[in-house]
Ligand binder design. Sequence first.
Ligand code: NAD
Length: 360
Amino acid sequence: MLKFEYMEKYGYEQLIYLYDRNSGLKGFICIHNTTLGPALGGTRVWEYENEEEAVLDVMRLARGMTKKAACAGLNLGGGKAVIIGNSKALRKDTVKREAFWRAFGRYVDSLGGRFITAEDVGTSPLDMNLVKMETDHVMGLPTTSGDPSPFTAHGVLKGIKACVKEEIGTSKLEGIKVAISGVGHVGAVLADLLHEEGAILYISDIDEEALKEVSEKTGATIVDKDIIHTLDVDVYAPCALGATLNDKTIPYIKAKIIAGSANNQLEDTNKHGLMLHELGIVYAPDYVINAGGLINVYQEKIGYNKEASMHAIDLIYDRIREIIRESKDSNTPSYLVAERMAERRIEMMSKISSIHIATK
Ligand code: NAD
């Protein structure tokens, strides 16, 4: 990958290499766009095969955060950090762990607030507490807005309701069949919420214990993970991995609606987004429906208030309905409607920045 070429193509601002010989820290921070505000994105620890794979991931994820914040109406830009390593191995030596995360915190601090980070795959609240020792530009700590997953699940529920209203014409979820792939932090809470609303659930996971627990609590039917997307249900909710909507799965999907929390659900955004549209399947764009966690963390920036946060997350319902309607009215795939929504807001807001506010 020619990095400057890639940066030019997608409008990136900054890519930072992180290296600390002492603690073994190796990673990247990518700032995609700060038109709307500081770039907020979690820090991911992953055993990447090589440097190239990590760079591509951090850049792709940072761009996704720009779109997510823009569509959610937040004054935030998009960024992300990825660290090459094994999260379990990193936790073994407590002294090294402290040095590792404090070194990372110093890098974050050196950006002077252009980048704000939080927990993500492979990082824990304790890691972020260590980062906090070096910088104030870290959010989502246990003592602040906390675990984002229940908020993400609440937003996904609202998104599902919006899709059901538009596609099936009912405001109630009673008797609506939903297949959830992945009952982890988000999927398990989503199952609870759907169960409370009277939905009929089918669940799959690779974790037998998680399946048993959710099934006992909600009466969900356990299904093999390789066939969950083929079920004759109303809603298919991918809540595990990314890229599960692809050439191999889409032809077998019978659900009228796809609405779940997983990031980057479309393996090839343009190709598979169009494929779903042509098949008449309503697809709730992932970064719009799964923005609840980000919306909640953002409240820290303006003074955390759980009630205000839940109210802001409820608006996912209106946003998803607007996207579906626009998609139908203009015969445009929903992923493209959402992208245009994000781009339009960024463009409009970049223009008001020419109005200078007088300061002393
Ligand atoms: P998690 O790791 O807690 O849960 C994922 C679950 O998927 C696990 O139970 C895992 O065993 C299961 N799984 C893995 N491979 C599977 C497979 N092949 N088939 C079925 N299940 C499988 O993660 P999470 O925090 O619940 O997040 C779920 C998804 O939502 C991820 O894609 C994440 O990026 C996205 N997301 C999460 C949040 C959040 O607030 N946690 C916010 C936005 C997006």
